[in-house]
Design a protein around this ligand. Structure first.
Ligand SMILES: [Zn+2]
Length: 630
């Protein structure tokens, strides 16, 4: 067996935001190749971590071994004999996101994909990390196992390279709390928190979420597939995001979203944070162990394509909010609001008729992760539509009386269990055929037609048809003018009214509005916010031809220009004069309000009491859907 490779990480140079790394490779290869990954699992974009690595030097004993660079992120060192090869380099770290590395006075954080060169040929062996140079008063949080048998100190060991890069480190004088969920140790560290933040409540609420998820997968007495779990939350002025790992998660959130001591109720900001915690924790099972077959062996050098993110991200999104309801942190109206928000997000993307969720998954690398003003027109989110596919499958299974999506998830988990019968089954590679097979096993029939249409097709999902089976009614909120015109805006008293996105098939598109345009006036009157114009246009300018009573409709799908023309003629609304500024020139556009054009509809979901009374099967079905896992 080869002795472990060792990384000594020096965090002393906080002012240069630079980690200094010494990598020792015992018994190097005669032609030793090393490289830094170009992406980090869970964040599907090539980020070129090598661009922040510099000053690479190598020596064997007293002998310099000049590295030869092979490409943007790979080096080769010619060695002689078995004397250990020592590499020294530095990594600039000044990114507050959860995906790379950060070092400054006050805080440090790193993913090993940013700091640890991969030693080719040694990936399967043990990798050790030692931390030195920590500023006084700083602590360390990580889920990487501490090195056994070493004198007390800052030393850790991972079984292989993939494990090494799956354990981020949080450094600093952070807040730290602990709790047990189903008997297993959980740690929560918070960096940057305000004084007066209610740490005890954060621990209590997180514990409820964790216990719900563990019971979901393993039943009342089950244990999760890890010995210990660490939440690392960095709170900032403004930010949101998370990255899942096998026994930890790195989160970023707005400081103001932390719970405060004495604060009653559960604010929307804190709810967003709890949703994020729930999402990343669910990933511990769904994407870190159950995972796309293609991602069982990660290729660190390039994009790793999969069509399955609608399952691994979308279904995780479905269960993150559902768990909040099931464990009692939110009530039914609050949950329906979250569900309706997801439905609204799908309806607000004309790209849903262009791209399927399977394609959206495959294209994550240059579409979801490279969003621009055309994103809603050309793509669909595998998060939101994936969550709606989960909802549709769940409600279909329940309506047919053949189990639930919960049972499908556990059926998939059992595949790995059968293989390993260990507490941690490791990689459970999943293909779409496995999902289809699990659906058939639970549902007692083939779900291939649904998968073809909902996952590989671009038609509308039957959400509105399924909602009555669980006693939910769908309505629509009153629209803003920008929504009726199919626009997303950035508005403010200083910036004015700037067009961010123009939806495909919208009245704004037909009028010739572009992203970046500044809307100065409507019908000769200055606007600071577009909705100001309703004051002189009247509410009729917002209402569409179908009137206020929309009932259980599905938003306005983009229609052909011919159909639009007919509807336009029927209503014959007069055009509005919209004064815009574009690239230093000011001119007027004619915008014709068009009831059949694409618009941004905000859906509203509520419990339908009449439906509950009319069909006695509805209430028990809904209760079973929302019941806590046992
Ligand atoms: Zn996710």
């Amino acid at each position: 067996m080869m002795p472990p490779v060792h990384y000594r990480i020096d965090a002393a140079d906080t002012r240069a935001h630079t980690y200094r790394v010494t990598l020792t490779i015992p018994k190097p290869a005669a032609t030793q190749v090393v490289s830094l990954p170009v992406w980090i699992a869970g964040s599907y974009m090539v980020r070129e971590f090598g661009r922040h690595l510099s000053g690479l030097q190598a020596r064997q004993g007293r002998q310099d071994r000049p590295p030869r660079q092979l490409d943007k992120t790979t080096w080769q060192i010619d060695c002689e004999g078995s004397t250990a090869l020592e590499l020294r380099y530095e990594v600039y770290a000044f990114d507050t996101s959860v995906r790379t590395a950060f070092l400054s006075e006050g805080r440090g954080f790193f993913n090993n994909t940013s700091l640890c060169l991969r030693v080719h040929g040694r990936e399967q062996g043990a990798h050790q990390v030692s931390l030195v140079g920590l500023p006084r008063g700083w602590e360390v949080a990580t889920a990487m196992p501490a090195l056994q048998g070493k004198a007390r100190g800052l030393h850790w060991q991972a079984a292989d390279y993939d494990e090494l890069v799956d354990h981020p480190f949080e450094l600093g004088p952070f807040w730290r709390g602990r709790f047990k969920a189903q008997g297993v140790e959980h740690e929560f560290v918070v960096a940057g928190a305000w004084p007066g933040f209610d740490g005890a409540r954060l621990l209590r609420d997180t514990q409820r979420i964790c216990e719900e998820h563990i019971r979901f997968w393993h039943g009342a007495r089950g244990k999760p597939p890890f010995e210990r779990y660490v939440f690392m939350l960095n709170t900032v002025d403004d930010g949101y995001g998370g990255l899942e790992h096998r026994a930890s998660t790195a989160l970023i959130a707005a400081r103001k979203d932390l719970p405060r001591i004495g604060e009653p109720g559960l604010g929307d900001g804190y709810l967003t944070l709890l949703g994020l915690i729930s999402h990343e924790y669910f990933h511990t099972w769904n994407v870190k162990r159950l995972k796309p077959l293609e991602l069982c062996a990660i290729d660190h050098t390039q994009e790793n394509y999969t069509e399955l993110l609608w399952f691994f991200e979308g279904f995780t999104s479905y269960y993150d909010d559902l768990a909040l309801l099931r464990c009692g942190l939110i009530d039914a109206p609050r949950y329906l609001k979250l569900l309706a928000k997801t439905a609204t997000a799908v309806q607000s993307m004309p790209g849903r008729s262009v791209q399927s969720v399977a394609q959206a998954s495959f294209d994550a690398w240059n579409k979801y992760y490279r969003q621009d003003e055309n994103t809603p027109n050309a793509t669909i989110s595998y998060y939101t539509k994936g969550a709606q596919v989960a909802l549709c499958l769940d409600l279909t299974l329940r309506r047919e009386g053949r189990g639930s999506l919960d049972a499908v998830m556990r059926h998939l988990w059992a595949l790995g269990w059968q293989r390993g019968r260990r507490r941690d089954p490791g990689n459970i590679g999943i293909a779409e055929a496995d999902i289809a097979q699990a659906l058939a096993a639970v549902g007692g029939r083939s779900f291939e037609p649904e998968l073809q249409q909902w996952v590989h097709g671009t038609g509308e999902l039957p959400v509105a048809d399924l909602l009555p089976s669980v006693g939910i009614a769908q309505g629509r909120e009153a629209e803003r003018l920008s929504a009726a015109w199919g626009l997303r805006l950035n508005e403010g008293p200083v910036t004015g009214c700037i067009v961010r996105q123009v939806l495909r098939g919208s009245a704004a598109e037909a009028a010739g509005l572009c992203a970046g345009d500044e809307i100065l006036a409507v019908q000769g009157w200055r606007v600071r916010r577009l909705d100001d114009a309703v004051q002189w246009l009247g509410p009729a300018a917002v209402a569409d031809a179908t009137g206020a009573a929309h009932g259980a409709t599905h938003g306005a799908p983009a229609r052909s220009s011919k159909a639009r023309g007919r509807a336009q003629a029927a209503v014959a609304a007069p055009p509005l004069a919209v004064l815009v500024q574009r690239d230093q020139r000011v001119f007027e556009l004619n915008l014709r309000p068009d009831p059949s054009a694409t618009r941004l509809t905000t859906l509203q979901w509520t419990v339908d009491e009449g439906r509950l009374k009319a069909d006695p099967a509805v209430e028990p079905r809904r209760q079973a859907w929302w019941r806590a896992s046992a």
